[in-house]
Design a protein. Structure first.
Length: 313
């Protein structure tokens, strides 16, 4: 053990002084980052998972080979029946894969955000449902698709409201005159009057692509606890980034995406007849791949992450 006098002499050396100063600055930075944080990431009281515990999560709780999820009615027969109805629209799919070929449309399939199966299924469902109103929470490529389908197949009858605090992607892809035809609410959904959502009628759509994080004051908590209970029976609900079977990709978790919306949705759907799963592209890709191969092969390029529900009561 180095005695106190030797430590003092050692720390006085020029090179050591710099190292000690750097150490002290780093210590201050760490303390600053931890300020107000009682439990560090990975602690069993923290919502941020421990990386070691998250390893192998795909095999343990995200097994895509399972065809049943305890307490959740996956509604396979109804999903397959609806899918076959939607298949009639596939041959008229107007969208190109590449951005360079997208004109005259706003949307293209290979966009990396809301692509392939997500886009194909949304296109077919819009044609099937012919909603009078669409409210989107989180906007961008899905909004572009909705506007294209509205123009091409719905005679512009669908009224669109886009709630998006950061609308840059949406605004970049709008056409001249779009901003005057739609209602763009540049704000957090938590600040929107909940009465807006009571305007949705059967076959109308609430499209959710949120922050994906349930926490105090979050958009996810607001949507799940304040908005979903207000919806009328017959309203359709889309939630994005929900992979089958309600688990996030392991690389996302290990990469620091501590999302939990899919787990909240899983809980909501357990033993709950008020919501019915109507279409889940990633589930079809895992369990009914032959349907995609035969009727909508573009969906196999990316089976997406959108789940479609219907409010039943």
């Amino acid at each position: 053990m180095m005695n106190k006098a030797l430590k003092t002499i050692f720390k006085a050396l020029p090179g050591v002084r710099r190292i000690v100063a750097d150490r002290d600055r780093l210590r201050e930075d760490v303390l600053s980052l931890k300020a107000g944080q009682e439990f560090p990431p990975g602690h069993y009281y923290s919502a941020i998972p421990d990386a070691n515990e998250a390893k192998g999560i795909g095999e343990r709780s995200g097994n895509r080979a399972v065809c049943e999820i305890a307490g959740v009615d996956l509604n396979w027969d109804s999903q397959e029946s609806l899918f076959l109805e939607l298949a009639q629209f596939y041959s008229e799919l107007p969208f190109s894969e590449a951005q360079s070929d997208r004109e005259p449309h706003r949307y293209w399939l290979d966009n990396g955000i809301y692509c392939y199966a997500d886009g194909v299924l949304m296109y077919t469902l819009l044609r099937h449902l012919q909603p009078a109103r669409l409210i989107e929470i989180g906007s961008g490529f899905s909004s572009c698709l909705a506007l294209d389908v509205n123009d091409l197949f719905l005679d512009g009858r669908m009224r669109c409201t886009f709630v998006e605090p950061y609308p840059d992607r949406l605004l970049r892809n709008l056409r001249s005159g779009d901003a005057q035809r739609v209602n763009i609410v540049q704000d957090k959904v938590q600040n929107v009057d909940p009465d807006l959502f009571e305007q949705l009628q059967p076959n109308d759509i609430l499209f959710i692509d949120s922050s994906h994080v349930g926490k105090a004051g979050s958009d996810v908590n607001f949507l799940f606890f304040d908005i979903l209970p207000r919806l009328k029976p017959g309203v359709w609900i889309h939630v994005h980034d929900v992979f089958y079977p309600f688990e996030y990709p392991e690389e996302w978790i290990l990469g620091g995406r501590s999302w939990n919306e899919a787990y909240m949705l899983h809980c909501l759907l357990m033993d709950n007849s008020k919501y019915q799963i109507r279409m889940w592209g990633d589930a079809l890709g895992a369990q009914k791949r032959h349907l995609l191969e035969k009727f909508m092969p573009l969906c196999l390029k990316n089976t997406g992450a959108g789940i479609w529900l219907e409010k039943m009561g």
